[in-house]
Write a protein that binds this ligand. Structure first.
Ligand SMILES: *Cc1c(COP(=O)(O)O)cnc(C)c1O
Length: 367
């Protein structure tokens, strides 16, 4: 049975007419930059995140980049983050000229281990950037406590975690700001690139608005060097159609996850652990197995989609060699990179498909 890791066509089928109608509205209006669709989406994302302010961005990456720029983080500054994440997290820190300082993960949740943060804080540290990996939020209370004591900003990389909660509070609402991605494979995915930054801080909001548009304020007067980080109204239009379905889609992912976890019980498969404090949106369902690469090859052969997020921890990436980190420096991240495997978890998976994924894996592991 052929089972893709993600089937975007299955979801599009259910909303096609509304998406086309919304896009047509944008085209007919010829409001091709900014405008009412972007503003409406900002308002609705702010509501979902229980934040005062939201700023549409051209991607999740640009939301992170623009947040760092708006907080004035740059050369000489250090930002603490996880090495077990998508490249953009640390890539943006380096792009503003700051130094990414990695702290190893908790091997159970794959999120930054708060107990290791304090010893990484120096007088150059300006911010902590926790990542809410795979849809589960990082342990925010101790992170906020350390940040408070050292007067650090907290930038939540919530690219994979929109509407996920920690102690009842939504992703993006706890830190100084939160960054979301609308990359098509995220729970709320656009029809191309898009992102959003949210904050409770009015001054930061104003700065994000300025930096999103070349640092211009008023128009053609530049006190700051910003960029073009604007969200496309066509993306906003498609996202406005999808947003009302987000909770239902995330619940369907949780249901799929519960099925997998139940079926894998008692097997050598290590299943995701969601903290009592958290509700995950399961952007990914990631298992852990010792013989990961042979299982991966077997599933590919059986045409079952799966993927390794992420095969190389960021401290071992060639572009970060200048940081001087080596194999063994972040053992939990390195072990995770060797053993994790993401399985199909998208909401439209059928019962038959889910059963086939589990049966194929359990049969292989017995053999
Ligand atoms: C997807 C993602 C990003 C980047 O988002 P884009 O919209 O693809 O630029 C950043 N961080 C994490 C953890 C992500 O998963």
């Amino acid at each position: 049975m052929q089972i893709p890791l993600l089937d975007l066509k299955a979801q599009y089928k259910t909303i096609r007419e509304q998406v086309l109608a919304q896009i047509n509205e944008v085209l007919d209006s010829q409001q091709c930059i900014g405008g009412p669709k972007v503003e409406q989406l900002e308002k609705e994302i702010a509501r979902v995140c229980r934040c005062e302010y939201a700023v549409g961005m051209s991607s999740g990456t640009d939301a992170i980049l623009c947040s760092l720029m708006s907080l004035g983080i740059g050369p000489g500054d250090e930002v603490i983050t996880s090495p077990f994440t998508f490249f953009a997290t640390a890539g943006c820190i380096a792009r503003v000229g700051a130094t990414p300082v990695f702290v190893d993960i908790d091997p159970v949740t794959y999120n930054i281990d708060p107990s290791r943060i304090e010893s990484a804080v120096t007088d150059k540290t300006k911010a902590i950037m926790p990542v809410h990996l795979f849809g589960q939020m990082a342990d925010m209370d101790p992170i906020m406590q350390i940040a408070g004591q050292a007067s650090l900003a907290v930038i939540e990389d919530a690219a994979q975690a929109i509407s996920s909660t920690y102690k009842g509070r939504p992703a993006g609402s706890i830190g100084t700001c939160g960054c979301f991605s609308f990359f098509p494979s995220k729970n709320l995915g656009g029809i191309g690139d898009g992102g959003m930054a949210v904050t409770q801080d009015k001054e930061l909001y104003q700065q994000l608005m300025i930096m999103r548009n070349h640092g211009s304020q008023p128009k053609y007067y530049h006190k700051f060097i910003g960029g073009n980080f604007r969200l496309d109204p066509i993306q906003a239009a498609a996202l406005l159609v999808k947003l009302p379905h987000l909770d239902k889609w995330s619940a369907a992912r949780r249901k799929n996850a519960a099925y997998y976890t139940k079926r894998f019980a008692g097997s050598p498969v290590i299943t995701p652990v969601i903290s009592e404090d958290c509700v995950s949106i399961f952007n990914q369902y990631v298992i852990r197995v010792p013989k990961r690469d042979s299982l991966l090859a077997h599933l590919k052969e059986k045409q079952i989609g799966c993927e390794v997020y992420y095969p190389v921890p960021l401290h071992l990436q060639e572009c970060f060699a200048y940081l001087g980190k080596k194999e063994g420096d972040f053992p939990e991240s390195e072990a995770a990179a060797r053993q994790v495997l993401a399985l199909p978890i998208y909401p439209e998976l059928s019962d038959e498909m889910k059963a086939c994924v589990v049966d194929t894996i359990l049969t292989f592991l017995k053999g």
